[in-house]
Design a protein around this ligand. Structure first.
Ligand code: ZN
Ligand code: ZN
Length: 261
């Protein structure tokens, strides 16, 4: 098959990135806020209200990020054509074990990248100039998933080409990574605790960040820098103990014992 022209390719990648954001944020918003809104009322993490114009702001910042991510997609495509990074199409080239191993590896590596760059962006200077834009939402909605300053969008975008410089990946595994990323990101901003509190943060899924983890990062800004996993915050002592206390009281033991509404 003939390669598409560069403008065709740019438009296709832009459309895919836009749909990835729009469909994920729209679906999570529709489910949590509209279809299951009443049933999930008791799972709302904090009672704060949204600021006027918040969703519009989250959406417009996220669209700017989509454009930056699409430019990054173009860069990756060009690097792959030039043979600088290896993105292969035939699973048989490296087998299914590598397919799954590379997927796990990229998710774990991306979580580490996010934790450390995110912590750096909380340095007073960077926070004021860059990361404060994401924190404009104290009680975010799924539309805030990509609400970054362009500099932060670039910091997040550059992870994928850097990773692919070292680790060859099948195109399908990259697609699964990107879908997982946007789903975890939109769910992490949905302001409702979706998993049973006895599973995470202390049960068998204690290594996975519950929605409260990132929600408290927005509302209180006292730690919880991780994205997918709880381990970096635990290893580095940056886990916010308030989110655990709050979750225990609202969704956990106290509620199970009937001591608190
Ligand atoms: Zn932050
Ligand atoms: Zn956030």
């Amino acid at each position: 098959m003939q390669d598409p022209s560069l403008p065709q390719l740019a438009l296709t990648i832009l459309a895919i990135d836009f749909l990835r954001y729009g469909l994920a944020a729209g679906t999570v918003w529709l489910l949590v806020e509209v279809l299951l809104g009443r049933r999930l009322a008791g799972r709302r993490i904090l009672d704060g209200t949204r600021q006027p114009g918040q969703v519009r702001r989250e959406f417009s910042y996220s669209i700017a990020t989509v454009v930056i991510f699409a430019a990054n997609g173009m860069l990756i495509w060009l690097l792959s054509k030039a043979g600088t990074v290896e993105i292969y199409a035939d699973v048989a080239e490296r087998g299914w074990v590598w397919w799954w191993a590379s997927l796990v590896l990229i998710i774990v590596a991306h979580d580490a990248w996010f934790y450390w760059t995110h912590r750096a962006l909380h340095h007073r200077r960077w926070f004021r100039a860059v990361h404060g834009r994401h924190h404009a939402s104290l009680h975010p909605t799924p539309w805030a998933a990509y609400a970054f300053h362009p500099v932060e969008a670039l910091v997040q975008a550059v992870f994928l080409p850097l990773f692919l410089l070292v680790v060859p990946m099948h195109e399908g595994a990259i697609a699964v990574f990107l879908v997982h990323m946007i789903l975890r990101n939109t769910i992490g901003h949905c302001a409702h605790e979706l998993l049973p509190w006895r599973w995470t943060p202390r049960g068998w899924l204690g290594w996975v960040t519950p929605v409260s983890h990132h929600h408290f990062h927005h509302a209180r800004n006292r730690g919880n820098f991780g994205l997918y996993f709880t381990w970096w915050d635990r290893w580095c002592g940056t886990e916010d103990p308030d989110y655990l206390r709050h979750g225990d009281a609202r969704f956990g033991k106290a509620k199970a014992a009937g001591q608190s509404a």
